[in-house]
Design a protein around this ligand. Structure first.
Ligand code: AR6
Length: 178
């Protein structure tokens, strides 16, 4: 049992943690899905910081992560990461998805973040198979938590029932939740 991991079903914009993670795109200029929901609920302050980052470094590469304010959201920060588009699995998709979790957690540590919530990155518009994506997410987070003493909570926020049930099954199998 790992009391630092939780699963929620619902809307990540309502979760009150230090940082929520956004499944963004390379432009950082917003989009649909969870990205659209975060920008809509958080307001223009998020986009303004994204524009500054884009002007400085030209967006965000797949697998990398950047941080902005969370604007009007209950969270303090949004960590934007860009998941891979699923092309069948032979285009380094798994490594890129792993990097999303690794780099988001790295940015979290660098910013003193103690609680963080992840959506199911790449499993919507980018079509990454949900079970494969859940295995990677759980694997990266559990490995990270073994060494990261300051992060006290990681929440997987599943918007759809399929993902929620998958995470529940996998986390129970790994004895991460009761
Ligand atoms: N809270 C939590 N999870 C959500 C929410 C929400 N409010 N809304 C959707 N999801 P997607 P991707 C889930 O498509 O596949 C955007 O247009 C959704 O059910 O948001 O990484 C970006 O700009 C799914 O499980 O992101 C990119 O262009 C998960 O979030 C592109 O989509 C990810 O689905 C990124 O595609």
């Amino acid at each position: 049992m790992n009391d630092r991991i939780e699963i929620h079903q619902g809307d990540i914009t309502r979760v009150s943690v230090d940082a929520i993670v956004n499944a963004a795109n390379n432009s950082l200029m917003g989009g649909g899905g969870v990205d659209g929901a975060i920008h809509k609920a958080g307001g223009l302050a998020i986009l303004e910081e994204c524009i500054k980052i884009r002007d400085k470094q030209g967006g965000c590469k797949t697998g990398e992560a950047v941080i902005t304010t969370a604007g009007k959201l209950p969270a303090k920060y949004v960590i934007h990461t860009v998941g891979p588009v699923w092309h069948g699995g032979a285009k380094s998709e798994s490594e890129k998805l792993r990097n999303c979790y690794k780099n988001s957690l790295k940015v979290a540590v660098e910013n003193g973040i103690e609680s963080i919530a992840f959506p199911n990155i790449s499993t919507g518009v980018y079509r990454y198979p949900k079970e494969k994506a859940a295995e990677i997410a759980i694997d990266e987070v559990t490995v990270f938590l073994k060494n990261a003493k300051k992060v006290s909570k990681v929440i997987f926020v599943c918007h759809d029932r399929t993902n929620y049930e998958l995470y529940e099954k996998l986390l129970k199998e790994k004895n991460c939740i009761g």
